[in-house]
Design a protein around this ligand. Structure first.
Ligand code: F3S
Length: 387
């Protein structure tokens, strides 16, 4: 491959993986089963990123394993209704076309594991998108590093990754114990815990005790937030995650941190301002069917006048539509968008300045873009909204 026998694009992609392996001292390459590719929004890629992708496609880059795509900067069908500028939409369409030419499935979601793309326990994969990485490593027990857009694409094209980091048993061990001393009641509480933990531990693997029985939604929220304020790619939860029991022998002497109600409330306060007329943005990471059901149930009979945006994948959307949740949300003046989210869509350019959300990840990035934010549970945000 490196000698160019499988074409110049494949050789280039493998060069990238080998270079990475050399930097991190990998002894060899390993085959990977799937890739999840980020770096899709035209907002982040710009012309330079788009041209690089088109160049790879022109050179004949083709995926040889199953490869899925992260969210784009707009709903690929409803972008006009979202208020996306025409020029942005044209750039975004070219990005998706380039990925499709290379064989990447245009799933446009950060939750491929909710639409049937679930790797097996212990399998090697090459996923980018930090929240999906955290879910794959921690909840599923697959093995991936925090890949970037280009390295996950390189793995998709070559079917290989360099063997280092979270692909190795010893690097999956915890480096700190986080004792949760309060009952966590809502995915937003888990999101707060993740945000606190990432801020405190940076990239250290946490071992949580006292997590209770988190729902899938709570686990996706926890990992997304852990990966936002820090660079956490893997967490273990006592009695919760598949590798936790095997880690019990490695806890002695580790730093211990306690998190109670006061810490959770403090984290909420960091990203909460008093807002005048915010848009409520839910679905970071992309909403599950259960979240769609909850939202639909809470807003029946209201008129939100377009001030609620819910983000999800096409797969979950189709199920939610069949179950009547999409109709219920739209009847109450909310909108459901696919393929994108509140962070990768050009929200500021579309005139929004205030956002209320249940996701620390979303609030963190929106605040860093200069928007005012408020954190609350789905119930709090929807019940307090006029309409
Ligand atoms: Fe997904 Fe966008 Fe949040 S990609 S994790 S919904 S920032």
């Amino acid at each position: 491959m490196l000698a160019g026998e499988e074409g110049p694009a494949t050789a280039r992609m493998l060069e990238l993986i080998v270079a990475l392996g050399e930097v991190f001292g990998a002894e060899r390459l390993v085959p990977v089963e799937s890739a999840h590719v980020s770096g899709v929004s035209y907002k982040n890629l710009g012309e330079a990123g788009l041209e690089w992708l088109e160049e790879q496609a022109d050179l004949g880059a083709k995926t040889r394993i199953r490869a899925t795509l992260n969210p784009a900067g707009m709903d690929m069908d409803l972008w006009r209704e979202m208020g996306i500028p025409e020029e942005f939409a044209r750039g975004q369409e070219r990005v998706i076309r380039a990925f499709e030419r290379m064989g990447v499935e245009p799933t446009c979601t950060c939750t491929p594991y909710l639409i049937g793309y679930t790797p097996g326990f212990g399998s090697q994969v090459a996923w980018s998108e930090s929240s999906a990485v955290c879910f794959a490593n921690s909840v599923i027990g697959a093995r991936t590093n925090r890949e970037s857009g280009p390295t996950s694409l390189a793995s998709a094209v070559t079917g290989l990754a360099a063997l280092y980091g979270y692909r190795l048993e010893e690097d999956r061990r915890p480096g700190a114990v986080v004792n949760v001393t309060v009952e966590l009641r809502d995915p937003m509480d888990y999101s707060a815990l993740g945000y606190l933990t990432g801020k405190r531990l940076g990239t250290t693997v946490p071992y949580f005790t006292g997590l209770g029985r988190p729902s899938l939604e709570s686990m996706k929220a926890l990992g997304a937030a852990c990966a936002t304020s820090g660079g956490i790619a893997l967490w273990h939860g006592e009695g919760v995650t598949p590798e936790a029991e095997a880690m019990e022998g490695h806890l002695e002497g580790l730093e211990r941190i306690a998190v109670g109600r006061a810490e959770i409330e403090e984290a909420v306060a960091w990203l909460t301002k008093l807002l005048d007329d915010p848009i409520i943005a839910l679905g970071c990471p992309h909403s599950s069917l259960r979240e769609m059901e909850e939202i639909a149930g809470l807003i029946r009979g209201k008129d939100l006048g377009g001030r609620l945006w819910v983000f999800t994948s096409r797969g979950v959307y189709a199920e939610a539509e069949r179950a009547g949740y999409v109709g219920a949300i739209e009847e109450a003046g909310g909108r459901v968008y696919r393929d994108t989210c509140m962070v990768v869509a050009p929200l500021r350019e579309m005139g929004w300045t205030e956002v209320a959300t249940n996701s620390f990840k979303a609030a963190h990035y929106l605040a860093s873009m200069g928007l005012e934010t408020r954190i609350g549970t789905i119930r709090e945000l929807l019940e307090e909204t006029r309409g």
